[in-house]
Design a protein around this ligand. Structure first.
Ligand code: HEM
Length: 391
């Protein structure tokens, strides 16, 4: 059995800027190995191959909730979907599936279209612009505000708070304010339900006999915000980056906009916005790629790495919008925790990138791609800025 001190310890947190290359080395030389993954993930067993990642996502011996891992002997847990196992996960996820419907997503379309047009109007006169700040960030922020039912008057402050909760601002005071704000919002929605997802969740729970506590509603409001914000920012940014790096394919998409959904799917594979998901826990010894991870250990699955695995995807480092296998990417996860926001994220990205490339036929990257700084995170993968020339 491989032990923690078998020489595979690796300071992964120092490899963020070069994450794709480091993950390729891990897949080839040490597909399952113990790493130091920084403040966000702690230490754990990094799992990098497609088959191993996929199997962990459906293995009942693997838990998200630390309270279900006997070796950890802890009562401390978290009430958000991502950190729950059945039956609590099943109960809350059913409510989310019931309320976060295709219709609820479709209702957001006109607002997203309008905002995308306004943002592009605002930058149109500039020769050079940072697309992350000016375009990719504001779109998911509006969407989350609408979903959570944040009143118009609170939205400026809400943007500071949501940035704090996303870890962009390392400011404990602001994080506390953000929680306090969401706590008040959740209580308001329960008392005076509106036309938003938080209210719908609360009402649906009441209909089923009060099966969602205020703490659970709050925890999942925070999750919706955190899970739906940066991920979408980076899907928009990574899509623009990939298309600008493949001018012939960009020309094809411009000539036939029906190709855009396939291009977005290929970006979810080729440059996944999620690198390493939050930890899972082994409750029994689990053998992956001939390495046995002991019970009670954290498992860190790299979605980004799995999606570049050559034993699963032909020529995985090639961006190809005609690739038929793209839809088998793990960009939105797999199994019971599969992203419920996937249709919304696809729609936001489709609207944003579609409008951008239609409006600016001479769009170009203003710097060389190697000089872009990536977000300092093992959770998210994407550039902090994306300077482009519009004309
Ligand atoms: C879960 C990716 C957008 C809400 C997940 C997971 C992934 C993911 C990989 C599963 C994690 C795991 O099993 O370890 C993404 C990407 C997005 C995106 C790449 C954008 C491009 C959104 C949006 C929302 C959202 C827009 C909601 C507004 C959630 C929630 C979960 C989740 C609530 C937890 C589900 C559960 O545990 O049952 N997402 N997501 N995501 N996502 Fe997304």
């Amino acid at each position: 059995m491989a032990s923690i001190s078998n020489g595979t310890d690796f300071p992964l947190d120092r490899a963020v800027q070069d994450a794709q290359r480091v993950m390729a080395q891990r897949r080839a030389g040490c597909p399952v190995g113990h790493v130091h993954a920084g403040a966000s993930h702690g230490e754990g067993w990094l799992v990098t191959r497609y088959d191993d990642v996929m199997s962990l996502m459906t293995d009942p011996r693997v838990k998200r909730d630390q309270r279900n891992v006997p070796e950890l002997n802890t009562e401390e847990g978290h009430d958000s979907l991502l950190y729950l196992d059945p039956p609590d996960h099943t109960r809350i996820r059913r409510l989310v599936n019931k309320t976060f419907t295709p219709r609820a997503v479709e209702l957001l379309r006109p607002k997203i279209e309008q905002l995308a047009d306004e943002l592009l109007d605002r930058v149109a006169a500039q020769s050079e612009v940072d697309l992350v700040a000016a375009f990719a960030f504001p779109i998911p922020l509006l969407v989350i505000s609408e979903l959570l039912g944040v009143p118009e008057d609170d939205r400026d402050e809400f943007s500071t708070w949501s940035e704090a909760l996303n870890g962009i601002q390392d400011d404990p005071g602001t994080v506390r304010q953000a929680y306090a704000y969401l706590q008040k919002l959740v209580a308001d929605k329960r008392a005076h339900p509106g036309d938003d997802l938080l209210s719908a969740l609360s009402l649906a729970a009441a209909e089923e006999g009060g099966s969602l506590s205020e703490e659970e509603l709050l925890a999942n409001a925070v999750l919706l915000l955190v899970a739906g914000y940066d991920t979408t920012v980076f899907l928009i940014a990574n899509t623009v980056l990939a298309l600008l790096g493949a001018p012939e394919q960009l020309a094809e998409v411009r000539a036939d906009p029906d190709l855009l959904p396939a291009a977005i799917e290929e970006v979810l594979r080729y440059d996944s916005p999620v690198n390493i998901s939050s930890p899972r826990w082994a409750t029994e010894p689990i053998t992956l790629s001939d390495i046995t991870v002991p019970a009670g250990q954290p498992l860190l699955v790299s979605i980004m790495s799995a999606n570049r695995d050559a034993s699963y995807f032909d020529e995985p480092d090639r961006f190809d919008i005609h690739r038929h296998q793209s839809t088998r990417h793990l960009g939105f996860g797999h199994g019971i925790h599969y992203c419920p926001g996937a249709p919304l994220a696809r729609m936001e990205t489709h609207i944003a990138v579609g409008k951008l490339i239609e409006r600016f036929p001479d769009l170009q990257l203003a710097v060389s791609p190697e000089t872009l700084t990536m977000r300092d995170s093992l959770l998210m993968h994407g550039p902090t800025t994306l300077p482009v020339r519009l004309s």
